[in-house]
Write a protein that binds this ligand. Structure first.
Ligand SMILES: *Cc1c(COP(=O)(O)O)cnc(C)c1O
Length: 405
């Protein structure tokens, strides 16, 4: 029996993988092992980390912590959110955006998204504001900045705080300003999958005098490391980072500008190469903003294709494209933990005590749901050359053409 020779895939090479650690990390870790202590307070690695961080993000108060989730929880704590107060959030995000709000007995209120940027739609945010609203969490998804001009105007008008979740958007800019410097708090993740990482870690910063001193206390059991002594005034967790993580994170920050420049170039190139392909809706970057492409999220106009999304993604994979059919499986409010209001051992004290009437089973954000139903993730990293990206784009265009209705 004869079989026809298999045609090689259009992307005929494995996904290039960046070398993530090397001499800078080794030098810091080696120096660290000479230290008498690995505790963060006044530790040389933590000090270096804060110095490197401030080169990119000149935030007067900054606290290195154990995760992005911790950074966001610390921000909510330092804001002194009160039980039943509301924080407006996006329905497409990581659970880490929500955890701190819920632990502080706040109420996440989901507002719908812009269909082209996948970030909060300011008009939907406006409709979600109530007398109980305390803050807006601006989650810059995938490396693309939210419409901060509109969100800041809303915050000013209604006296709301803005917590920026920059976990996916290291190096992204809004009208030239790095994200995290525009709102009241900038929160960053250093988990293993983000632009830069140290295994696990995070950073939270603010320029606000009223919140600044609270960061270190909210991440360190409400102990006052500045004055010394233990006289906790608040209930706060231990979210400290240690010197080994800080050593790696400080070295990683020296790579950030290069990583972001390469990813920005790669994402911009993909858009240029894919522009005009029937059936594809490419990510929109507002003029003046800089997308740092943690990944490349596009949408499919599914009626233009003869097949469903999974089949199209499988065809892309067969052509060597590293991609995923969809992002998170469903909007966050559809997760069982929200549908069952199962936040504290099956109970939700703020609702049980009448401080909120929120029912997540009734929440519906049609644009977020549509995005998750038709989006496609193209993997992108700083090691991808122009030649490689050209093959990816050729494969995407070819498959889209082949499967068009
Ligand atoms: C990764 C991520 C977080 C949480 O960061 P961790 O370090 O994993 O806790 C929060 N928000 C968003 C948008 C994220 O992508």
């Amino acid at each position: 029996m004869s079989t026809s020779p298999a045609t090689p895939p259009i992307v005929d090479e494995p996904v290039p993988l960046p070398v993530r650690w090397g001499a800078p990390e080794l030098a810091r870790l080696t120096a660290m092992l000479q230290q008498p202590s690995l505790f963060y307070w006044k530790g040389p690695q933590t000090t270096a980390l804060l110095e490197e961080f401030r080169r990119h993000y000149p935030l007067q108060y900054a606290f290195p912590c154990s995760s992005g989730t911790a950074a966001l929880h610390i921000a909510v704590g330092a804001l002194r959110l009160r039980p039943g107060e509301e924080v407006i959030v996006a329905p497409i995000t990581d659970m880490g955006s929500l955890i701190g709000i819920l632990y502080q007995q706040g109420v996440p209120v989901f507002a719908d998204l812009d269909p082209r940027t996948y970030n909060l739609d300011p008009a939907a945010v406006r409709r979600a504001i109530t007398p109980k609203t305390r803050a807006i969490m601006a989650i810059h998804l995938a490396g693309n900045a939210c419409d901060m001009t509109a969100l800041l105007a809303l915050a000013r008008e209604h006296k709301l705080a803005i917590i920026e979740d920059c976990a996916q958007s290291w190096g992204a800019r809004h009208q030239g300003t790095p994200v995290g410097l525009l709102g009241d708090f900038g929160c960053y993740s250093l988990n293993d999958f983000k632009h830069i990482g140290c295994g696990d870690g995070g950073l939270v910063g603010t320029n606000r005098e009223e919140y600044g001193p609270g960061l270190s206390k909210w991440g360190d059991k409400s102990y006052n490391r500045v004055l010394g002594g233990r006289d906790p005034e608040d209930l706060a967790p231990n979210y400290r980072m240690s010197e080994p993580q800080a050593a790696v994170a400080a070295a990683q920050l020296t790579r950030l500008a290069d990583i972001v420049a390469r990813r920005h170039h790669a994402g911009t190139r993909l858009t240029a190469l894919l522009e005009g392909t029937p059936g594809l809706r490419l990510p929109y970057v507002a003029p003046g903003n800089t997308h740092s492409y943690w990944f490349y999220l596009l949408r499919l106009d599914l009626p233009s294709f003869r097949v469903d999304r999974a089949t199209l993604a499988a065809a892309l994979t067969a052509e060597g494209v590293s991609c995923g059919a969809g992002y998170i499986p469903r909007p966050v409010y559809r997760y069982p933990v929200f549908q069952n209001h199962n936040f504290f051992g099956g109970a939700w004290p703020v609702r049980d005590s009448g401080l909120t009437a929120m029912d997540y089973r009734a929440v519906h954000c049609p644009t977020a749901e549509a995005i998750l139903a038709d989006c496609l993730v193209l993997k992108l990293n700083e090691a991808m050359s122009d030649a490689y990206l050209d093959k990816v784009a050729r494969a995407v265009r070819t498959v889209a053409g082949r499967l068009a209705r």
